[in-house]
Design a protein around this ligand. Structure first.
Ligand code: ZN
Length: 368
């Protein structure tokens, strides 16, 4: 009797990561992400100020090792003045200043040759080709597209114009709870009148609407008004993880009809039913990367193809190894999705589309 042949596990030539809070990690977690993973962990031994200290999975050397040569990198700063239940700044002006500080870190990394900002499709395409054709990526700069998670920091239409000039290509109007422009995760209600104006200006400026974190009412309100391109940068399926943070099937259908790509998040709380925040552990659920494939497959079955899913893991987005699949220690492990996807019957072309091709096609169509 012959043994079954091993499942092929080729290394993808390029991974496009649709959601990384790189500057938040640098400027708020005080991580020098140019350092090796182990060194960042070593420097956090004994720190107790945040639950994910010492559990980080993202740094630039590991991104290069894992061929994550392109990412959507965020600015993020919420306003919580009236909403003290959630952390945030006491005024939108402080939030704006915080995002500008985060941008200063991105600029400094560009000067150091670590990152390169991509603003247009020709930029993105050339950078993708460079990474795909380079056997050794150890010295290549990582390309980033700038996005804003939660728009509380946008003080006025002039500030959005300024952000666009700075290279902002995508924007999610809200984050958790109530915001200036609408209602986010765990909240209810449509976009505010200022949210409606924001969408109109985004359309005029050619900014992609990121629907991630919109609560259901704000989601449908946004889709009925906004005619421009939209994606969901870090978002899983409610059918597999029952919480309003995830997309219901009718929302997935509506996004597919609009040509959107949905980036799969690797946060355990968004992957399984009944996760208890700060209590559950990945081992309680025997949570492995394979679970991500179930979310991918759920969307592909609704779509009837593999053209609307990408990778938006949100790694080190306020949590670390205590809240990700047990077989993920580093962002370089994203590549290990190849084996379970292959086992599910996905062809190499589908897998390449999921790793990078779908978001690249979206940007070819929509990034001016
Ligand atoms: Zn998020």
């Amino acid at each position: 009797m012959s043994l079954p042949s091993p499942i092929p596990s080729p290394i993808p030539s390029l991974i496009f990561d649709a959601h990384l809070d790189l500057s938040m990690n640098a400027m708020e977690w005080n991580r020098d992400i140019r350092q090796p993973l182990i060194e960042i962990r070593r420097r956090e031994i004994g720190l107790k100020d945040l639950p994910d200290r010492g559990n980080n999975t993202v740094c630039l050397p590991e991104m290069r090792r894992g061929r994550i040569g392109l990412c959507v990198a965020t600015q993020i700063a919420r306003f919580s003045g009236r909403f003290s239940r959630l952390p945030g700044w006491q005024s939108p002006e402080q939030a704006w200043a915080q995002t500008q500080g985060q941008l200063a870190w991105y600029r400094t990394m560009e000067e150091a040759g670590e990152l390169v900002q991509l603003r247009s499709w020709p930029d993105v395409n050339a950078h993708a080709q460079l990474w795909r054709s380079s056997p050794d990526t150890a010295k290549l700069p990582i390309g980033y597209l700038l996005s804003l998670e939660g728009a509380d920091s946008i003080l006025s239409p002039k500030h959005l114009e300024k952000a666009r000039e700075q290279g902002l290509i995508a924007l999610g109007p809200v984050h958790y709870g109530p915001g200036i422009y609408g209602h986010g995760t765990d909240d209810a209600g449509p976009l505010t009148p200022r949210g409606h104006e924001l969408l109109q200006q985004m359309e005029e400026l050619g900014i992609i609407l990121d629907v991630t974190h919109l609560c259901d009412e704000s989601f449908w309100d946004a889709l009925s008004r906004y005619r421009g391109p939209l994606w969901a940068s870090h978002h899983n399926c409610r059918a597999l993880a029952d919480w309003n943070r995830q997309l219901a099937d009718d929302q997935i259908r509506a996004l597919i009809e609009r040509g959107a790509v949905i980036g799969m998040a690797f946060d355990a709380i968004m992957m399984v039913h009944n996760w208890t925040h700060h209590k559950s552990k990945p081992a309680d659920f025997q949570l492995k990367m394979e679970k991500v494939c179930e979310h991918i497959d759920h969307i592909c079955q609704i779509a009837g193809n593999a053209r609307h899913v990408g990778i938006g893991p949100d790694l080190d987005g306020g949590y670390g190894t205590e809240q990700v699949p047990m077989d993920l220690n580093s962002i370089a492990d994203l590549r290990s999705l190849v084996a379970p996807l292959t086992a599910k019957g996905y062809q190499p072309v589908d897998i390449d589309n999921i790793f990078a091709g779908n978001f690249l096609r979206f940007l070819a169509e929509h990034l001016q």
